[in-house]
Design a protein around this ligand. Structure first.
Ligand code: ADP
Length: 632
């Protein structure tokens, strides 16, 4: 048989180097990872055989087996599961498909200390490659169920691996670690010791639903004993709460999520009666890198009476809870249940409703009982959860109740809408907010000026989804949600007659300039008016109450939708010297051609101030430079 040598993909090579020079302090976890892969492979074979009875595979005794060889210093984890074809071995083991890898490696490079690096590895989870923490060479032999030829993969974790076809491979996969030399200092991590292996399996993999067998150590002169099963195989969700330790739950979480860190919360749920099910859900402590990518995998596994049915079961939780991991075991579904059936099933819909409410009430509990935990949750998952404000009208109130937002209020803590409402000023009817790219840019936006002056609180919304939910939700407890950059804002409307008279006069005084400017800026602006929201800046642009904001327009365009560019409104600050001067000049001059540029500049300044782009940056720079030159 010929042996072919291949190079690892760059990212894979970098990851391997990390494993070999292992910065991860708890090396034992490699065994959990190999057992986890083996267990998945058994699940997959069982399902495939169920779907296709003609598959030439033996499913009579599916199990995992661990063998240690003290002399040769090898440890082998073997399964008789689905196995991999020659091509699959090359693809699955030689490359890393995870879309977050590049970001992950970049962050790793930037991580200054070992603890930082360890945290990152934990969050990424490196599966099969973690074997290289304990081994200096790894051999994998695999034969895909139904195929006759097997494949041997070998690597020392350096730049290359070899592939070779083999004739006598058993069905499934075996991974053999050629362990690093024994460390006399560290007897506690001797992976050739059967009792240590047993301990590790009990600690990390007890709940695996397939038997994990190993031949125990023979006493002197005894003949080799029979293999024993190391794990209890008891599904954690089927056991009572006080029988299961938090650590055990956490290990299940790690198995399901491929996250190496502890979850933020474990949620248990039991339903009895006509449609019986048990659920064990986990809220992770950290958002994964690929949460917002299209191919993000949901983390709910569906079981039927302890038998694994499918990963990534989308029907059980709505998309805005896609970060939740866990297991749902439903007693009354058929083992052959397909996604199509799940989508139609009335019971599944009821389950989804109940699980959703349970997750939301858990978040509510964080909020009322554990501020730190809530803060972590909201930092990691707030952006995703807010999608639910748009898509899940049934739970909108519950989601709003656990949502918090950055605000201009002095204590600088994110606020709920409820607290905002409590603080509203006498006579204030609306909840004010401003959306934009960053907190800094919107905090300093001209739209905020009058609000800052009058000490009126404004919510600072900087996630893309904020643009959408504020429209979808519209109001909270009868108070309208209003953008400070939209429509007419008049915080001075007091009903004071004298003030009204004053304003009327002002309006007359400016009427000519406003009309003239409107004509000059015809392409971009549909109205020019005097502003009640400016105190410092000369001008700002605002949208009509029902128009899309520029950010939303951009979002639709990024999604490939055609939207016309909305014409906006230019507001001038009649208290500003520049605006006064312009009005004066407008009234005095016959020939106003010299003022056209001023009008244009004023408009561009307003666009810049809200974080927008000048339509023609080069022209803008030239106009400003010309004017600066004249002032020298
Ligand atoms: P992950 O398990 O996170 O996907 P791994 O690097 O551990 O990443 O494994 C990569 C892929 O290789 C798995 O998704 C699976 O398709 C395949 N694989 C790994 N171990 C086995 C095994 N024992 N049997 C069959 N396929 C396996």
């Amino acid at each position: 048989m010929t042996t072919e040598t291949f190079e690892f993909q760059v990212e894979a090579r970098q990851l391997l180097q990390l494993m070999i020079h292992s910065v991860y302090s708890n090396k034992d976890v490699f065994l959990r990872e190999l057992v986890s892969n083996a267990s998945d492979a058994l699940d997959k074979l069982r399902l495939e055989k169920l779907r296709d009875d003609s598959l030439d595979a033996d499913v009579s005794d599916l199990h995992i087996r661990i063998d240690v060889d003290k002399e040769a210093r090898t440890l082998t984890v073997r399964d008789n599961g689905i196995g991999m074809s020659y091509d699959e071995v090359g693809q699955l083991i030689g490359t890393i498909a995870n879309s977050g890898t590049a970001t992950f490696l970049q962050e790793l490079k930037e991580a200054k200390d070992a603890a930082g690096a360890e945290g990152l590895i934990g969050q990424f989870g490196v599966g099969f490659y973690s074997g290289f923490m304990a081994a200096d060479e790894v051999t994998l032999v695999s034969r895909r169920a139904g195929e006759s030829q097997g494949t041997r993969w070998t690597s020392r974790g350096e730049a290359t691996y070899t592939l070779e076809k083999v004739d006598d491979a058993p069905q499934g996969t075996s991974v053999t670690l050629h362990l690093k030399p024994a460390d006399p200092e560290n007897q506690l991590h001797d992976y050739t010791s059967p009792w240590q292996i047993k301990e590790i399996v009990k600690r990390y993999s007890d709940f695996i639903t397939w038997p994990i067998r190993m031949v125990p150590e023979a006493g002197d002169g005894e003949s080799a004993p029979e293999p024993e099963t190391l794990n209890s195989m008891k599904a954690l969700w089927a056991r009572s709460r006080d029988e299961v330790s938090d650590d055990e739950y956490h290990e299940l979480y790690k198995h399901i999520s491929h996250d190496w860190r502890e979850p933020l919360e474990t949620i248990r749920l039991q339903a009895e009666g006509t449609f019986e099910y048990q659920a064990l859900l986990f809220v992770p402590a950290h958002a994964p890198h690929d949460l917002f990518t299209r191919d993000f995998r949901r983390g709910i596994q569906l079981y039927v009476k302890r038998v694994f049915i499918m990963d990534d079961c989308e029907e059980l939780l709505p998309p805005y809870l896609r970060f939740v991991k866990g297991v749902v075991d439903a007693a009354d579904l058929s083992l052959n249940v397909s996604r199509e059936i799940l989508q139609q099933d009335r019971h599944i819909k009821m389950m989804q409703r109940r699980l959703t409410k349970k997750v939301l009430s858990t978040v509510k509990e964080f909020m009322t009982k554990d501020a730190d935990r809530y803060a972590t949750f909201w930092r990691e998952f707030g952006t995703v959860l807010k999608e639910g404000l748009v898509t899940d009208s049934e739970n909108r109130d519950a989601i709003l109740a656990v949502s918090s937002f950055a605000t201009t209020h002095a204590d600088d803590e994110p606020t709920t809408l409820a607290r905002y409402v409590e603080r509203m000023k006498d006579g204030q009817d609306d909840i004010y907010y401003l959306t934009g790219e960053s907190r800094q840019s919107i905090e300093n936006s001209p739209h905020m000026e009058a609000f800052r002056d009058k000490g009126i609180e404004v919510l600072l919304l900087t996630d893309a989804v904020d643009e959408v939910w504020v429209d979808a939700v519209g109001e909270y407890e009868g108070k309208r949600l209003r953008s400070v950059a939209k429509g007419e804002i008049d915080l001075d409307a007091t009903g004071d007659e004298k003030a009204d008279e004053e304003r009327e006069k002002q309006a007359e005084d400016y009427a000519g300039l406003l009309g003239w400017m409107r004509e000059q800026l015809d392409e971009d602006i549909k109205e020019v008016r005097l502003s009640a929201r400016l105190t410092v800046s000369p001008a700002c642009v605002v949208s009509d109450a029902h128009d899309l904001t520029p950010a939303l327009e951009n979002m639709y365009r990024a999604m490939g939708q055609e939207v016309p560019r909305a014409q906006r409104i230019l507001e001038l600050n009649p208290g500003h010297l520049l605006v006064k001067g312009l009005n004066q000049a407008y009234k005095e001059r016959e020939d106003r051609s010299g003022l056209v540029e001023s009008a244009e500049l004023l408009h561009t300044l307003a666009v810049l101030a809200e974080g927008g782009q000048p339509k023609d940056p080069a022209r803008f720079v030239k106009l400003v430079a010309d004017r600066l030159e004249r002032t020298l």
